[in-house]
Design a protein around this ligand. Structure first.
Ligand code: ARG
Length: 296
């Protein structure tokens, strides 16, 4: 190939300029983390967990968020609720409205009211859920829509309930693989800005109609390999430029770089034993857009 040929090659995607958006997130320090029951295939109560290690790894994630300029708010962990660290499941917040979670499994049920109380005390308008749903674990904002997972945890009825509360289209996606039981284990929103929507996902985690919906709506999505999904690489959190991911998801990290993102790897191996990663530990607090923080 001559140099002239090279000159006319299209600009690689890496030329894309990604702009970060300020994030405010809610996290819960895993002081009471342990795997003492099994409600997903990742959990093995026979293997003892190291709570101190979980806390150290979680502090690293929090440190990455602070370095990225995020506001990190904290909810007090409650004894007897070892999964409370997975804050994404605590509810779903959009434009100051917090839709409470209602957990499938009795072991986590008390987390719903605890998170709802936090939202109330922190100035959000709260909505008690009538339907079973596990918050941002299954609900992801992209553009003007909300992608919603079902199949294992949040019900179809909760998708309709959320649509009525938020007044935004809620698109149902059906998960079929038990390892990817929440939407945020199989799909990451890289850029939620309307007009620039960009996602990454594992196609095999979804049923055929959902795959068709995703293909048609997000033709330029990054399709992630099984081995990256299997370390919960898709359980990532993006500000539109920097993407915090599982350190072991190296293939996904390379794909992100090709698309102009900056992947930041974090090791949450101990929390992975509960079946959660970066995104599970993170609940985005979307306060209404008129607040100074959002318009600055
Ligand atoms: N052990 C927790 C459960 O099975 C993990 C939750 C992970 N959270 C998430 N957003 N995917 O409920």
């Amino acid at each position: 190939m001559s140099i002239a040929d090279e000159d006319v090659r299209p600009e690689p995607e890496a030329a894309a300029v990604r702009s970060p958006r300020h994030r405010t997130v809610l996290m819960c320090r895993p002081e009471h983390f342990a795997v003492v029951y099994r409600i997903n295939p990742w959990m093995d109560p026979a293997r003892p967990t190291d709570t101190a290690l979980a806390v150290r790894q979680w502090e690293q994630l929090r440190g990455v968020y602070l370095d990225l300029g995020f506001d990190v708010e904290l909810i007090d962990p409650l004894p007897g609720l070892p999964d409370m660290v997975y804050a994404a499941n605590g509810g779903f917040v959009l434009g100051n409205v917090a839709y409470g979670a209602s957990f499938v499994h009795p072991q986590r049920r008390a987390e719903g009211p605890a998170y709802l109380e936090w939202f109330r005390a922190n100035g959000f308008e709260t909505v008690e859920p009538a339907e079973v749903n596990e918050g941002e674990g299954d609900f992801l904002v992209v553009g003007d829509a909300i992608l919603a997972g079902t199949g294992f945890r949040s019900t179809d009825a909760s998708h309709r309930e959320l649509e009525a509360i938020m007044g935004r289209p809620v698109l149902t996606l059906r998960l079929t693989h038990p390892d990817y039981y929440h939407l945020d284990t199989a799909l990451t929103v890289l850029d939620e800005t309307p007009g620039h929507e960009h996602i990454a996902y594992l196609p095999s985690a979804f049923d055929e109609p959902s795959r068709t919906l995703l293909r048609e709506r997000f033709p330029d999505a990054i399709l992630v390999a099984e081995e990256d999904a299997a370390v919960l690489g898709l359980n990532a959190f993006s500000n539109g430029r920097d993407v915090v991911i599982a350190a072991r998801a190296t293939g996904f990290a390379a794909q992100l770089r090709e698309h102009g993102y900056t992947p930041i790897g974090v090791d949450l191996s101990e929390l992975l034993r509960g079946g959660g990663g970066v995104k599970c530990c993170t609940l985005e607090l979307r306060r209404s857009r008129t607040e100074p923080k959002e318009t600055r």
